[in-house]
Design a protein around this ligand. Structure first.
Ligand code: SF4
Length: 208
């Protein structure tokens, strides 16, 4: 897949985190989401018109400049709203390095598979995803399970790459959160409890 002609609209990117999957990962939050989950952790990522526009080749080079990452975590916003561009990004990066890919989506996997029949971008992004976490965030079901914000969300292994990690998650490994400083802001990274998210939002409001 040729990445040169694709552009992505991003809410944020972090060159390294341990809080969004196995190992050290480059994390990308795309800009724009059709869902409106109550308690969404990234409300500023919901409008499709905001964010940073970046070419796939430029972002791929940025990712490849980080030496020690095991993979990418794609979140948002809604990654499948920019599926063609993200699939091109993964394809471009994997021409150089065998990086794992984790995707968080508000869609259900079965619906994505239905859409993939007529949408080549969705099919391509599903085809290059190793682990998919699907479904909308439901704050009343934020029960502390690793890798997901609420227990209605499911972890789907789409390849064998992270099978061993599923055992670790099933054994009740705790979540992690980190605070990162971006160019203009501070950002909470990872999967917080409802209480942690409320405290973070209050902190952000008080420091605005
Ligand atoms: S799908 Fe994710 S980004 Fe979209 S509204 Fe729900 S929690 Fe927020």
């Amino acid at each position: 897949m040729n990445g040169q002609s694709h552009k992505l609209r991003l809410y944020a990117r972090i060159p390294g985190t341990y809080a969004l999957g196995p190992g050290f990962r480059f994390a990308i939050w795309v800009q724009g989401c059709p869902f409106r989950c109550k308690g969404c952790m990234t409300p500023d990522a919901l409008p499709f018109s905001a964010g940073e526009s970046i070419g796939v080749e430029e972002l791929a080079n940025c990712i490849l400049s980080v030496p020690d990452i095991e993979g990418l975590t794609l979140s948002g916003g809604e990654p499948f709203a920019q599926a063609q561009g993200l699939a091109a990004l993964v394809s471009t990066v994997r021409q150089e390095r065998d990086l794992g890919v984790i995707v968080y989506t508000g869609h259900l996997l079965r619906n994505l598979r239905d859409k993939a029949i007529s949408d080549s971008g969705i099919a391509a992004l599903l085809a290059c995803t190793d682990l998919l976490i699907d479904g909308p965030y439901e704050p009343k079901r934020n029960t502390g399970q690793p890798m997901r914000g609420s227990e209605n969300q499911q972890l789907h292994l789409l390849t064998e790459r992270y099978r061993q990690n599923m055992d670790i998650y099933a054994s009740g490994q705790s979540r992690q959160i980190e605070v990162h400083l971006t160019r203009h802001d501070a950002m909470l990274v990872g999967i917080p409890s409802g209480k942690q998210l409320t405290m973070w939002q209050q902190f952000k409001q008080s420091s605005a």
